[in-house]
Ligand binder design. Structure first.
Ligand code: URA
Length: 293
């Protein structure tokens, strides 16, 4: 592995820490791990830019990139949303009021798109509201969008989404017959776990989304959505495959099945057989609910 030195402006914690051992060269792997933890998970240019070598203002601009004098003035910089300040509990209250005011899924999506109370919105590229058919009778809820979902603005389109599609197909479903959403509609930077406050701020929206979609069966994918929506005492490996009830704010009771998250199944393929059992249960219950039996 190539060895490299940290750029001059960066701090090497291994050198400055209390128990710092004698200076050791920082490997490229260390540097990449640092970037990954800092949420830098994407290259935006083909060629790397040495930001430490770039000054704010080049001494002399090449004439060809000077804007022509007649060119209209550049538009003013986009307004910084007031909510860029760390959101507080009051945003959860506002979220509840706003979510309650939505009379349809389209309205809910528009409200979410205009909601500035969750800081995740400002690091995400797109709102990831939902995919599929809300009239299909079955709704799947995951945790939060990842990189691919953020780019496309649709839930479960990356590798775990492809596995979810195969699981749906195995029980005769696809996105024209199932509705798919997430607890958190914006990608957390670097796919970090959403904070409890971010989750509380987003909770009223997913709850209203479920209420408006009014599925006959709700499926929670993985521990975070299961914990938030079904509040079981045990973890996902114990509660998966067991029927629960989800009660909407309006009092409608929806049968709900927690199952394993496709991303977990990709890491633990031996557990696919457990998910398969859950999906067979879901298939039978959906057929009964839709009167297909
Ligand atoms: N994982 C999720 O929980 N949701 C997605 O949309 C993608 C991956």
């Amino acid at each position: 592995m190539t060895e490299t030195q940290l750029p001059s402006g960066a701090t090497d914690v291994t050198r400055n820490g209390m128990n710092a051992s004698p200076a050791r060269p920082v490997s490229l792997a260390d540097l990449l791990a640092f970037y990954r933890e800092a949420g830098v998970d994407e290259a935006v240019e083909e060629t790397a830019v040495d930001r430490f070598a770039v000054t704010d203002r080049p001494a002399s601009r090449p004439a060809e990139i000077e804007p022509p004098r007649s060119q209209p003035a550049a538009p003013p910089p986009a307004r910084q949303p007031a909510a860029l300040a760390v959101p507080d509990e009051s945003q959860a209250v506002r979220a509840r009021e706003l979510a309650r005011s939505a009379a349809s899924l389209d309205e809910l999506r528009d409200i979410l798109a205009g909601f500035d109370g969750c800081n995740l919105k400002f690091t995400a590229k797109n709102l990831v509201f939902a995919d599929g058919n809300p009239d299909g009778g079955i709704m799947f809820v995951g945790e939060a969008p990842g990189r691919d979902e953020d780019i496309e603005g649709l839930p479960f389109v990356g590798v775990s989404g492809q596995l979810l599609d195969r699981m749906l197909a195995a029980i005769g479903l696809d996105r024209s017959k199932a509705y798919i959403a997430n607890v958190i509609p914006w990608r957390p930077p670097g796919n970090r776990t959403p904070t409890p406050l971010e989750t509380e701020i987003c909770r009223p929206f997913i709850e209203r989304q479920i209420e408006l979609a009014n599925p006959k069966i709700l499926v929670t994918l993985g521990n975070p959505s299961t914990k938030l929506l079904l509040a079981p005492k045990d973890g996902i490996l114990r509660v998966r495959g067991t029927w629960r009830e989800y009660t909407t704010a309006g009092g409608t009771v929806i049968p709900a099945m927690p199952t394993l998250h496709p991303a977990y199944l990709l890491r633990n393929p031996a557990h696919k057989k457990l998910a398969w059992r859950d999906f067979l249960e879901i298939k039978a219950r959906l057929a009964a609910a839709l009167g297909d039996l």
